[in-house]
Design a protein around this ligand. Structure first.
Ligand code: URA
Length: 240
C-alpha cells in the first residue's frame, strides 16, 4: 500500500495533504524520513512517525477514553466541550467510504457522567455493543443523594417503568456497595437511564461513573481526559 494511502486511511487528511507531509520529510518509517508518497509498505503492524509522533496502522480504530465530567459526547456540543476534542485530529478524521467521519462514541454518557467511554469507526462493533439483544453489561458506580435500602435494589432488579415506555426496565445486577453507593449493571442504554431508574425508586443520582463494559474495566492508569488504543486483549474481552 502506498505511504500516502496509509496516512490517508489513518486520518491524516486528504491524499494531497498526506503526500505533502511525506514530501516535506515529516513522515518516518523505521527511523528514516520517507519522501516518496507512492513508496509501498505492508500496512499490517506498520509503525511510523508523523511530525515526531508515533503511530501504528490500524484497519479500524478502537480507543478507550476516561471521560471527564463537564464534557458532551456530541460532535456538536451545546454547552460543554465535546469529548472528541480530547482525541488527536487523525482519530477524528479517519475516512469512511470516502467521507471524513472519524471515530464515534459507542453510546453516550451525560455531560456530568465520568468513566469508561469507547470510541471506534467500526459501525458493526458500535451496533453490537449498543444493541439490547446482545446484553453487553455496562457497570455504573452510582452515588445517591439518599441512603440506599435493600427494597430500592429489589425494585431496580424487578423492573421499573420509565415515563417514555410502558415496558419495565430492569437492572441486570445491583449491589449496595455503601450507604450512598450503588453498583448497577445495565444491558441497555436508554436516555438518562440510571438517573431515571433511581428517581423511579425514590432516590436521586448525585454522581455517576461507568467503570466497566463487558469484561473491560476502565484502565486504572487513565486519568480523566486521557485515552489509549484498545489492545487485542481488550477487544477479546469486549467480544467475549
Ligand atoms: N444513565 C444515565 O442516567 N446517564 C448516563 O450518562 C449513563 C447512564
Amino acid at each position: 500500500m502506498q505511504l500516502q494511502d496509509i496516512l490517508y486511511s489513518q486520518g491524516f487528511g486528504t491524499r494531497r495533504i498526506c503526500a505533502g507531509l511525506i514530501q516535506q520529510g515529516l513522515v518516518m518509517v523505521d527511523g528514516q524520513a520517507r519522501r516518496e508518497p507512492a513508496e509501498d509498505f505492508d500496512p499490517a503492524d506498520l509503525q511510523f512517525q508523523v511530525q515526531g509522533r508515533a503511530w501504528h496502522f490500524y484497519e479500524k480504530a478502537y480507543v478507550v477514553l476516561h471521560k471527564p465530567a463537564g464534557t458532551e459526547c456530541s460532535q456538536k456540543p451545546s454547552t460543554y466541550p465535546s469529548v472528541y476534542t480530547l482525541l488527536p485530529a487523525p482519530l477524528r478524521q479517519r475516512p469512511q467510504k470516502g467521507a471524513v467521519q472519524g471515530v464515534q462514541a459507542v453510546g453516550r454518557l451525560d455531560q456530568d457522567t465520568t468513566g469508561l467511554l469507547l470510541l471506534t469507526d467500526d459501525g458493526q462493533f458500535i451496533h453490537r455493543m449498543n444493541s439490547p439483544r446482545h446484553h453487553v453489561p455496562k457497570v455504573y458506580e452510582v452515588t445517591t443523594k439518599h441512603p440506599l435500602d435493600p427494597s430500592q435494589a429489589s425494585r431496580l432488579m424487578a423492573g421499573v417503568v420509565l415515563d417514555d415506555d410502558p415496558r419495565p426496565v430492569r437492572a441486570a445486577a445491583c449491589e449496595i456497595a455503601g450507604e450512598h453507593h450503588l453498583r448497577l449493571t445495565l444491558t441497555e442504554g436508554k436516555y438518562h437511564q440510571v438517573k431515571r431508574m433511581l428517581a423511579a425508586v425514590g432516590n436521586r443520582v448525585e454522581g455517576l461513573h461507568r467503570s466497566r463494559i463487558g469484561e473491560l474495566v476502565l484502565p486504572p492508569e487513565l486519568e480523566p481526559g486521557q485515552w489509549r488504543w484498545l489492545s487485542a486483549q481488550d477487544l477479546a474481552a469486549l467480544r467475549a
